[in-house]
Design a protein around this ligand. Sequence first.
Ligand SMILES: Nc1ncnc2c1ncn2[C@@H]1O[C@H](COP(=O)(O)OP(=O)(O)OP(=O)(O)O)[C@@H](O)[C@H]1O
Length: 276
Amino acid sequence: MEVVKVCCLKHIYPDKTEVSLCGLDFVVQKGQRVVVLGANGSGKTTLLSHVLGLLCPVEGQVEVVGKQPYKQFNEVRKHLGVVFQNVDEQIIGPTVYDDIAFTAKNDKMPKDEISERVNAIAKTLKIESLLEKIPHYLSGGQKKKVALAGAMVTDPDILILDEPFDSLDPRSKWEMVDYLNQLNQEKNTSLIITTHDINVVPKIADVVYVIDKGVFKTKGNPEEVFSQIEILKEANLEAPLLTDLFARLRNKGYDLNVPISVEDAEREILKVLQGQ
Ligand SMILES: Nc1ncnc2c1ncn2[C@@H]1O[C@H](COP(=O)(O)OP(=O)(O)OP(=O)(O)O)[C@@H](O)[C@H]1O
C-alpha cells in the first residue's frame, strides 16, 4: 500500500527560488524504509516539508495516506512523526520529559499511559537520566534523541527524519540505526530518512532515491544505487569506499560482486583468495 506519493512537484519560495522535484515519482510503501540521498541544496528538506504539509505545492501532486497534506493538515499529521534537521526548532517542553510527552498530552492520552510510553522510549534510547533536564542545555546529539523520542511517543505510521545522524557520535549513530530498524520491524513504521551519510544507507534502506538539483536521478535498493557510481558522482555524492574499491577491481578483470557492507566485502575477498 502506498503511503506517500510525490509526482513532479514545483515549489516557489517567497524570494522566488524555484525548486522542482521531478524525474521519478517519489513513492513510499507501508513499512518501507526509504532513504533520500542528496548533496546540500538538492531539495531534500523541501520534499519533506511538502510531505509534512508545511508547504503548498504550486504544481504537481503530494499525497500522504491518500490525502493532500497541505489541505488536510490535521488528518495527515496524526499519521506522521518528524525529527527536523534543526532540532532546536521543535523543542517545546520545559523539561525533556514534557518535551517528549508533548504530542501525547495534546492528543489527550491518559497520564499513566504517557508516563509509561515516555519512560519506555527514554530507556530504549538511553536518555532516562536526561528526563528532568532543560532540553535547550543538552548537547546536539542528545537533542536529536529527545526529538526522536517525542516523534515516536504517539506511534506514528510514518516517521520522517531529516538528517537524523548529524551530530551523533559513532556509537549513538549505530544505536539510532538499530532502534529505527527495530521500530520498523516491530511496528511496521514506514521511515523516510534524508542523509549525506552514505555509509549508513545499506543498514537502514530498502529503497534509496538519489536527488540532484531537484531531480530524482535514480532509485533502487542500496546495491543497485551504489553500483551507479557515475550518477552518485554527478550528484556530488561519494560512493561508499568499498563500492568504489571493488568497482575498480572489477574493471581490472577480477570476478567480484560489489559489496555494500564490510561483511559482504570479506566474503568476496575470501572467495577470490580461496580460489587461488
Ligand atoms: N526558505 C527558503 N527560501 C528560499 N529558498 C530556499 C528556502 N529553503 C530552501 N531554499 C532553496 O531551495 C533549494 C533546496 O533546498 P533544501 O533545503 O530543500 O535542500 P537540502 O537538500 O535539504 O539541503 P541540505 O542538505 O543543505 O539541508 C536550495 O537552493 C535552497 O537554497
